[in-house]
Design a protein. Structure first.
Length: 500
């Protein structure tokens, strides 16, 4: 862009928008088209030399004048002279005249570039959600926020509200705390994404237009007849397109506003009959609804689709993986379809993010996932050296194995006890007593064990709550050089919790 065509230098540092201050005049080349020449033919010949600016008409038929750009056109010889001569246009048709440029001739980026501090980062990007523009301004731009809001409202079609993210700390429901910097305090939006319609209150739910491609990618992985468990469904950008594609969906979100919007959006897209919505904590949802529904699907021979689980809560979802391995223990049904888990996480650091993401998943599952891993994909960059990643792996449900274990538990317990007593008592040379105790142990009911575990668990829980439970820590991974991971301990622990 030629400096003369930019807003005047005097607007730099302006914090209150003064639209008149953008007016200036500039001398530019024009071609005056003779009466005898066809204006359209002349315009076609000049197509690549036209001065193109916001709301500026370079071809004025009333004046038979074509305004040209001063950078490529400095003299007659810069134009395609021969074709022009054939049209009856000679050298004296090229003239330099002043034109007036004003606020309306500049796009928002040129205006902001002219106003905001030259030596610091300007407004890099913003999101548009229906009629709302959502900004995330750096601190040095905060004194200019009202001006930025006004410029964007003026320049971006259908924008009625401009907000700025006011707190970088994310809350549970992942909706942004925002400051209204221009326009109406109206946060109810109606939008379309990937062919689906959504309605929601942007100030109360999570919505990120930058995830549109990711939503589409997941939808593309699903087939008609598949089953999707959408654990942190938000207002439905995985759920709705999946259901529209012919999948059955069981969706959940903890935020009551997201849940309401989710239900409304299922209605809006006419998929209510194939989507079940829940408003629960994901851990509860996994342990109760998902478990129940999954067992029913596995028992239903007519169900032959694939099973997918989406877990899009990158800051926390991996932690919830811990609830999967023992989820179906106690059930003797065959795990004939292995669910595919699409779990999102943040990976931070200067190195390759894929191993970091894999490690996070492994930490919470307590096993190496290499054999079950389908792919690890970069989703988007969220901060310097921090990426959102998607890990797609087969679920780690181990129900058949667990079922057998539980079925055999009384026998195993008795056998174990017998051995322990045999060894300890043998040392004392009292084998008769050993047999007696072992026989008694055989009779111990598993239910009694469960009750004891329950009681212990309750006491433990009370102690933990009293201490204000710290964030759960990931399960330690077995040493890398071990060939088989030590999952037995984890299974035992999970069993204990499962018995709750
Ligand atoms: C990052 S958003 C993803 C929403 C949606 N899947 C999308 O792609 O736009 C995470 C969602 O998880 C919900 N959420 C947060 N904690 C949760 C929990 N413990 N259980 C269930 N949902 C939760 C939030 O309300 C939010 O809607």
């Amino acid at each position: 862009m030629c400096a003369d065509l930019l807003p005047p230098a005097t607007v730099r540092g302006m914090t209150e928008l003064d639209r008149d201050a953008f007016t200036r005049t500039v001398r530019v080349p024009h071609l005056i088209v003779p009466e005898a020449t066809n204006l359209n033919s002349a315009a076609r010949a000049m197509k690549q030399y036209l001065l193109k600016m916001e709301r500026y008409k370079p071809i004025r038929s009333e004046e038979r004048k074509i305004t040209l750009h001063p950078i490529p056109v400095k003299q007659w010889e810069d134009l395609p002279v021969e074709p022009l001569k054939e049209l009856g246009i000679e050298k004296d048709c090229l003239v330099w005249e002043e034109i007036k440029l004003s606020y309306e001739n500049y796009k928002y980026d040129l205006i902001l570039k002219a106003v905001l501090p030259e030596d610091q980062e300007g407004l890099s990007a913003f999101s548009k959600i229906g009629h709302i523009i959502h900004l995330n301004l750096k601190n040095h731009l905060l004194p200019y926020r009202r001006l930025i809001g006004k410029v964007l409202m003026d320049k971006i079609a259908d924008c009625r509200t401009v907000v700025n993210k006011s707190n970088s700390i994310q809350n549970t429901y992942r909706n942004f705390e925002m400051e209204l910097i221009c326009g109406e305090p109206d946060y109810e939006v109606s939008i379309k994404e990937n062919g689906c319609a959504y309605k929601f209150d942007f100030s109360r739910v999570y919505w990120n237009p930058r995830l549109s491609t990711e939503h589409q990618k997941i939808t593309d992985m699903l087939q008609q007849g598949d089953l999707l468990y959408d654990l942190y469904a938000g207002v439905g950008p995985f759920t709705v397109p999946a259901a529209k594609k012919g999948c059955t969906v069981v969706a959940n979100d903890l935020n009551p506003d997201s849940y309401s919007a989710l239900v409304i959006n299922c209605g809006l897209n006419k998929v209510m009959r194939t989507v079940k919505c829940y408003n629960k904590d994901a851990v509860d949802f996994i342990k109760v609804e998902l478990r129940k529904d999954l067992l029913a699907k596995l028992a239903d021979a007519k169900f032959q689709g694939n099973i997918h689980i989406t877990m899009n809560l990158p800051a926390m979802a991996v932690e919830h993986l811990v609830h999967f391995p023992g989820l179906l223990s106690g059930e003797s049904i065959e795990l004939r379809i292995k669910p595919l888990v699409h779990v999102y996480c943040f990976a931070q650091g200067a190195d390759d993010k894929k191993p970091i993401a894999q490690q996070k998943v492994e930490q919470w599952l307590g096993v190496e996932v290499t054999a079950m891993l389908k792919e690890i994909t970069f989703v988007r960059n969220v901060a310097p050296n921090k990426d959102m990643m998607r890990v797609r792996n087969l679920s780690v449900l181990r129900m058949a194995k667990k079922a057998n274990k539980l079925k055999d538990q009384p026998k195993q317990l008795a056998k174990k006890a017998k051995n322990v007593f045999a060894v300890s008592q043998a040392k004392k040379g009292n084998l008769k007593k050993t047999k007696e105790v072992a026989a008694k142990l055989k009779k111990i009911n598993v239910q009694d064990k469960r009750e004891k575990v329950d009681a212990n668990f309750k006491t433990l829980h009370a102690q933990i709550v009293a201490k204000k439970t710290p964030k759960p820590t990931p399960r330690p991974l077995p040493a890398k050089n071990k060939t088989t991971p030590d999952t037995n301990k984890m299974e035992t622990d999970l069993n204990k919790l499962e018995m709750k």
